[in-house]
Design a protein around this ligand. Structure first.
Ligand SMILES: N=c1c2ncn([C@@H]3O[C@H](COP(=O)(O)OP(=O)(O)OP(=O)(O)O)[C@@H](O)[C@H]3O)c2ncn1[C@@H]1O[C@H](COP(=O)(O)O)[C@@H](O)[C@H]1O
Length: 122
């Protein structure tokens, strides 16, 4: 298990979805930007397979830091994963609110109970 590097500052409480929503809006706007000045525009111009590949690479870098127990590096790698996930959502035409709604739908349902219900078809 990785020990937390530091507790979140209190003034950031509740800011998590907002920062992701803002990042989504910026990346969406970058679809029409010049790929020579915007990394998002460059990545999106390279197509779905490249966008997905980059997300996969960042996810692997993230899990390497998790397994190594490098909690400070895990912070940066996690931010890379979230940025590249958002680029993948923009490429797929998916809006973050769809994901927030799915997470809210799952709130309060244990993964153990959900899996058991799938097995029995309940
Ligand atoms: N959060 C990020 C962010 N995280 C990571 N990265 C970039 O992602 C890139 C990953 O580097 P890699 O070498 O792995 O990727 P690559 O250059 O595509 O390499 P290849 O696989 O093609 O060889 C780096 O250039 C990082 O700077 C990001 N680029 C942008 N953002 C956000 O997106 C906003 C818009 O950025 P632009 O689209 O660049 O204007 C920024 O204001 C930020 O808020």
């Amino acid at each position: 298990m990785i020990a937390r590097a530091a507790p979140p500052p209190e003034d950031l409480a509740g800011a998590s979805a907002e920062v992701l929503d803002r990042l989504f809006d910026v990346v969406t706007a970058r679809r029409s930007a010049d790929p020579s000045i915007s990394h998002s525009a460059r990545l999106l111009s390279r197509g779905t397979a490249k966008v997905a590949q980059k997300f996969g690479e960042e996810a692997v870098e993230c899990l390497i830091e998790a397994v190594a127990g490098n909690s400070n590096k895990l912070v940066g790698e996690s931010a890379d994963v979230l940025y590249h996930l958002i680029v993948m959502w923009v490429d797929a035409g998916l809006h973050p609110s769809e994901v927030w709604a799915e997470l809210m739908r799952r709130e309060g349902t244990s993964g153990i109970a959900e899996k058991a219900a799938r097995r029995t078809g309940a």
